[in-house]
Design a protein around this ligand. Sequence first.
Ligand code: 5GP
Length: 182
Amino acid sequence: MASISRADVEAPIGEVLVSADELQRRVRELGAEISRDYAGRSLLLVGVLKGAVFFLSDLMRSIEIPVELDFMAVASYGSATDSSGVVRILKDLDVVIEGRDVLIVEDIVDSGLTLQYLIRNLGSRNPRTLEVCALLTKPERRKVDLPTRYVGFEIPDRFVVGYGLDYAERHRNLPYVAAFER
Ligand code: 5GP
């Protein structure tokens, strides 16, 4: 991890990239789309801690089919801002996913390396289906091609905080997504 100074953490919040209203509207749309796509089935949402928690809790309340919830926590080796693709599981799922419809809920897809690892890892457990719902994606930063079935917003190559996303554990509580210039 690169060292993080106090001045960095306390840097001012930059431009709002996705407002609270836009977030709520899009999350409702995604919930409706997921409910339609999985109609007649039951779905297991796998939230990736911690950043996806806010998105996940809003998304889950706009899904109208039977839905269950589990979490994974992963740590990606690399610097504070660049993941290396080498991922360590800090918390695994509580449930067995074999034969289930599973939807991974992620906060943001940057290089895609973390998600690529998760897809491979969960895919090897033989779920019936495995898809991804990511709130944000930065297409310019993508290093690997990934099947992200549901995406909230495409954003430019900026480091962002808010609505679950942090910088050194701060700013998750902002109700919008904003750029953070360190
Ligand atoms: P990837 O493996 O796709 O490069 O990185 C994914 C992870 O890096 C995300 O789950 C998130 O934890 C972190 N990340 C990537 N971009 C940002 C960003 O702009 N802001 C914050 N707060 N985290 C980010």
